[in-house]
Ligand binder design. Structure first.
Ligand code: GDP
Length: 472
């Protein structure tokens, strides 16, 4: 009866998880980063290059000729959206290539690799199979972890004081201050407040600020317009009555935590083995010191998610599981001549240092590098005022999406000393990448570069080696 039932049920669970023969290991690779960091382009290029393999020399299994075949397979999770690889690749490989639509929500893709066996079994066993499940999700959603241990009043106070220091905050603050939280709740008021608050978050984001939580306000996913996404921070009111605006805002904030944030961490985040965090560091550096300092704090916060010991909520979900490796990759390195790539990786190291030290403490192996998933430029050194200038050459993208002129550009210089970048960032002076960087919006290069022009990516193969090469 009851006992047999529960045994069958738990056997059911066991067979579910073992539906994969255990000779076919699965690596769940999380790909995250803030909006426009380059997630979609990264996954599309990674998959295309793994399927093709001609341009992945730093992936050891490939260099050793051990990858016999690679193909896409239906993913095991029937209710999870599939990463639209074909559509994105289509954009990048069309006659006039264009950038694909970026990540708006969580999605997944399974790439299966057939490998020549190594070691003791090499002579006796057939090919090995490894499944790479790539999970794409907005970094904004990760930042929501910071909300989990806050009450509505704590969150509102933090958020209002942060808005006061950011472009676009004033309009919302004026609205929030003039609101009477103890007045009876009315949906149109809540909607207007949420809309104005969302606008303020967008303005801050466009000015280069990274931490613009709640994450679903910028990237709502399928829950857009639901009550759990229609709230906003209000100044505290003592003893707000039942059914007041304040009490309903508080209730919705709690619903956001329990019905939106929690399921994401439970169903997706908690199952990740390896993680790459993509960062548009160049964009923040160009935007200026305040944006860099904000990015540094955001990176620390993102890494909080990989240190479950520090967070009771996460600990209860993970049950001892942990992410084994985390890569921090500064994207779009093709905006710089390679003579500046070392500086970019050093900056990436510095930006994530505190956070990395903590992750290491928690057992995850971490690394940072500068990459370009899809190289849109070639290098060119030009004489300039008696010295030589290391430039990159590419085709500009016009506002209407058509291809503009091709030319060589000098983005400007990165600071040599990353400690100085962060130090000055806190004090708020100085300007970097103030050359052509602001106009360098390149169109994607056609995917087939001539052999002597180098691979169509920068260090994507090294990134792959760090992330999952040890399992191949
Ligand atoms: P997501 O929002 O994180 O999915 O970001 P996307 O992958 O959509 O990338 C955002 C934009 O960054 C793209 O539309 C491109 O303009 C640019 N981008 C991304 N990767 C690269 C790259 O490797 N090189 C260059 N030059 N631009 C890139």
């Amino acid at each position: 009866g009851h006992f047999a039932d529960s045994i069958t049920r738990s056997l059911g669970n066991v067979t579910d998880t073992l539906a994969q023969p255990f000779t076919e290991p699965v690596i769940r690779l999380g790909v995250t980063g803030l909006s426009r960091a380059g997630k979609t382009v990264f996954i599309t290029s990674l998959v295309a290059n793994l399927l093709d393999r001609a341009r992945m020399p730093q992936l050891v299994a490939e260099a050793e000729n051990r990858i016999l075949a690679a193909h896409l397979q239906p993913q095991p999770d029937d209710t999870m959206p599939r990463f639209d690889y074909e559509q994105h690749l289509g954009a990048l490989t069309s006659a006039t290539p264009f950038w694909p639509e970026g990540t708006r929500a969580v999605s997944q893709l399974r790439l299966s690799l057939k490998l020549r066996p190594t070691g003791l079994l090499a002579g006796v066993s057939g090919a090995r199979k490894v499944h790479l499940d790539i999970v794409d999700y907005p970094g904004e959603w990760l930042l929501d972890l910071g909300l989990m241990d806050k009450t509505y009043d704590q969150w509102a106070a933090d958020t209002l004081s942060r808005l006061a220091k950011r472009p676009g905050g004033e309009t919302y603050l004026a609205m929030a201050r003039s609101e009477d939280g103890s007045a009876p709740f009315e949906e149109p008021r809540a909607k207007a407040l949420a809309a104005s608050f969302t606008q303020a978050l967008h303005t801050a984001r466009n000015a280069g600020f990274s931490d613009c939580t709640p994450g679903r306000f910028l990237l709502p996913g399928e829950k857009e317009g639901s009550p759990a996404l229609t709230f906003a921070p209000l100044p505290p009111v003592a003893d707000a009555p039942r059914k007041s605006l304040q009490r309903e805002m508080e209730r919705r904030f709690e619903a956001y935590k329990s019905q939106i944030v929690r399921p994401f961490f439970r169903d997706h985040f908690s199952r990740i083995d390896r993680q790459v965090v993509l960062v548009d560091a160049l964009g923040a550096i160009h935007a200026g010191p305040a944006a860099v300092e904000d990015l540094r704090r955001t990176m620390a916060e993102i890494l909080g998610a990989f240190r479950p010991g520090a967070n009771a909520f996460l600990q209860s979900l993970l049950l001892g599981r942990r992410v084994e490796k985390i890569l921090f990759a500064a994207t779009k390195a093709d905006h710089l001549h390679h003579s500046q790539h070392g500086r970019l990786s050093a900056i990436m190291e510095a930006l994530t240092r505190d956070a990395r030290d903590r992750a290491r403490f928690a057992g995850a192996e971490t690394h940072s590098m500068a990459i370009a998933a899809l190289r849109a430029t070639v290098e060119q050194t030009l004489p300039h005022e008696g010295r030589s200038l290391d430039c990159v050459r590419g085709t500009l993208l016009k506002d209407d999406g058509t291809r503009g002129r091709e030319a060589a550009f000098y983005p400007g210089e990165l600071p040599q000393d990353p400690g100085r970048l962060l130090g000055v960032a806190r004090e708020g002076a100085e300007k970097w990448l103030d050359g052509d960087y602001s106009i360098m919006r390149f169109a994607p290069a056609p995917l087939s570069l001539k052999p002597n022009e180098g691979p169509p990516h920068i260090r994507l193969d090294r990134a792959a080696q760090f992330l999952f090469g040890d399992r191949l």
